[in-house]
Design a protein around this ligand. Structure first.
Ligand code: PLP
Length: 440
C-alpha cells in the first residue's frame, strides 16, 4: 500500500508502523512521559483534517475514533480554526468569575436552546467531562440537600476521585488509588443484549434497587449516559430513560444525562437523550462540544443551577475564551450545516456495512448504537465468552484505520467517526476491519 500519489482523503501507509520518526519519538516518550499514559496506535500524529490523520512519517489513517468522540465536527474544522485564531489574539484569559466576556454567555445561550426541553435553563463551564460530572453532583446535592449519588452498571464518568468511584469498573481507572468517594451507589441499568428486559421491566428493577438499597429520600441524583460510551455503546431499552425520569421527578431526585460522549450531534439528534424522549434535569457536555478545544458544560433547570450560592462553583480555566469561541463555532454549525443529518448519513452508510459483516461472522453478537456512534459486540458463539477486540483494532491500525475498543469486557469495537467522514472512507475502513476480523 505504498500509494504516495493518493489524495489526502484516503489512507496511505508509506513506512512500516511505527515508522522511523515515530519510533524515535516513542523512545523519548518512554523516557519522559509517565507510563500510566498509554497509546493505542504506536505512531505520533503531525496533523489532521476532517477524518484523516497524518503521522510524522507521512502515513495517513482513516480516523474512526476522533480522539474519543472529540473532533465530531472533523479535525481542524475550518470554522473552528478561524474562530480560535481570531479569539486567541483578542483575549486568551481573564477568568469569567472576575471579569466576564461575551463568548461564555453565548455558549450558555446556545446550550439553553440546543439541550432537550423548553424549560428555563442555565449553564456554567469547566475544563473536562470529569469536572462536569463532579459539578453536576455538587449542584444536585446543594439543590436537594441530600447525600447519595446513583449511577448504573457499565457506566463511565471520569478519572477524578468522585468520578472514578462512579465508574462501573475500577480497573484501570482507580486500581490502587483509593480510598474512593462515599455515598455512590451502582444500580442495575438496561442492557438489552444481556438482560433481555424491556424498558418498563428494567426501570422497575432500577427503581426497586434504589428504593431498597439507597432510599429515595436520601438520593440527590441519578447520573446516566443515554448511550453508554466506555461500557460499549449500550443502548437502553425504549422507555427506560423517560420512566426513570418520571420516578426521579416524583421522588425529588435530580436526573442527570452524562452526554459527554453521546452529545453534540453524535447520534443524529443534538443530544442523545432526545432519541429516547428523555428530558433530563441536567445535561453534561464536553468531548465534541468545541471541535477539540477543552471545555465542558453543565446545563440544567434554572432553579437547580441557581440553588448554588454565589462563588460556590467556578474554576480558573473553566470556560476559557478561546475554548468558548470554538464551542460557539461548533454549536452554530449544528443548524447551519445540519450536523444531525450528517450523523444520520454516517449511520445510513455504516450500519448496513456492519450488518453485512455480522451476517457472515457469527461472533458479532450485536450491531448497535445510533448515528455516528455505532458498535459491534463480539461473543464466541460456542462458549458465550467475550472476544477481546484489542488485537483487531491493532491489526486495523497497521493497515491505516484507527478504530477504538470499548466494553466492560473489552469485547466491543466502537465506531466514532467524524461527521465529515465520506461514504467512501467509511466503506474503505470497514473493508479493512472486515479483513482484520477474518484474520483473527
Ligand atoms: C470521557 C467521558 C467522561 C470524562 O471526560 P474527561 O474529559 O475525560 O474528563 C465522562 N463521561 C463520559 C460519558 C465520557 O465518555
Amino acid at each position: 500500500m505504498t500509494d504516495t500519489a493518493a489524495p489526502a482523503t484516503s489512507r496511505s501507509i508509506v513506512t512500516e508502523i511505527p515508522g522511523p520518526k515515530s519510533r524515535a519519538l516513542l523512545e523519548r516518550k518512554a523516557a519522559a512521559v509517565a507510563q500510566g499514559i498509554p497509546h493505542q496506535l504506536p505512531v505520533f500524529i503531525a496533523e489532521a483534517h476532517d477524518a484523516i490523520i497524518t503521522d510524522v512519517d507521512g502515513n495517513r489513517f482513516i480516523d474512526l475514533g476522533c480522539g474519543i468522540g472529540v473532533t465530531t465536527i472533523g479535525h481542524t474544522n475550518d470554522e473552528v480554526v478561524a474562530a480560535v485564531r481570531e479569539q486567541v489574539g483578542l483575549l486568551t484569559h481573564s477568568l469569567f468569575g472576575t471579569t466576564p466576556y461575551e463568548p461564555y454567555v453565548r455558549v450558555a445561550e446556545l446550550l439553553a436552546e440546543l439541550t432537550p426541553g423548553d424549560h428555563a435553563k442555565k449553564s456554567f463551564f469547566v475544563n473536562s467531562g470529569s469536572e462536569a460530572v463532579e459539578n453536576g453532583v455538587k449542584i444536585a446535592r446543594r439543590a436537594t440537600g441530600r447525600r447519595a449519588v446513583a449511577v448504573v452498571e457499565h457506566g463511565y464518568h471520569g478519572r477524578t476521585n468522585l468520578t472514578m468511584t462512579m465508574n462501573f469498573k475500577p480497573a484501570p481507572y482507580a486500581t490502587g488509588m483509593g480510598p474512593l468517594a462515599s455515598d455512590i451507589f451502582h444500580a442495575p441499568g438496561s442492557y438489552p443484549l444481556r438482560d433481555g428486559l424491556d424498558g418498563a421491566a428494567a426501570a422497575k428493577r432500577t427503581q426497586w434497587y434504589l428504593e431498597k438499597h439507597v432510599g429515595a429520600a436520601d438520593l440527590a441524583c441519578l447520573v446516566i449516559e443515554p448511550i453508554q460510551g466506555e461500557g460499549g455503546f449500550i443502548v437502553p431499552a425504549d422507555g427506560y430513560l423517560p420512566l426513570m425520569q418520571e420516578w426521579c421527578t416524583a421522588n425529588g431526585v435530580v436526573m442527570i444525562a452524562d452526554e459527554v460522549q453521546s452529545g453534540v450531534c453524535r447520534t443524529g439528534t443534538t443530544f442523545a437523550s432526545e432519541q429516547f424522549g428523555w428530558v433530563p434535569d441536567m445535561v453534561l457536555s464536553a468531548k465534541g462540544i468545541a471541535g477539540g478545544m477543552p471545555i465542558a458544560g453543565v446545563t440544567g433547570r434554572a432553579e437547580i443551577m441557581d440553588a448554588v450560592h454565589t462563588g460556590g462553583i467556578g474554576g480558573t480555566f473553566g470556560g476559557n475564551p478561546v475554548s468558548c469561541a470554538a464551542a460557539v463555532a461548533v454549536l452554530e454549525q449544528v443548524t447551519s450545516k445540519d450536523l444531525n443529518a450528517q450523523a444520520r448519513r454516517v449511520e445510513a452508510v455504516l450500519r448496513p456495512l456492519l450488518e453485512e459483516l455480522a451476517a457472515s461472522r457469527p461472533e458479532i453478537a450485536e450491531v448497535r448504537g445510533k448515528g455516528a456512534m455505532l458498535a459491534i459486540e463480539l461473543v464466541d458463539p460456542e462458549t458465550g465468552e467475550p472476544i477481546p477486540t484489542g488485537p483487531i483494532s491493532a491489526a486495523a491500525g497497521l493497515e491505516g484505520v484507527l478504530v477504538l475498543t470499548a466494553g466492560t469486557d473489552y469485547n466491543v469495537l466502537r465506531f466514532l467517526p467524524s461527521l465529515a467522514i465520506t461514504d467512501e472512507q467509511l466503506r474503505e475502513a470497514i473493508e479493512v476491519i472486515g479483513r482484520a476480523l477474518s484474520a483473527r
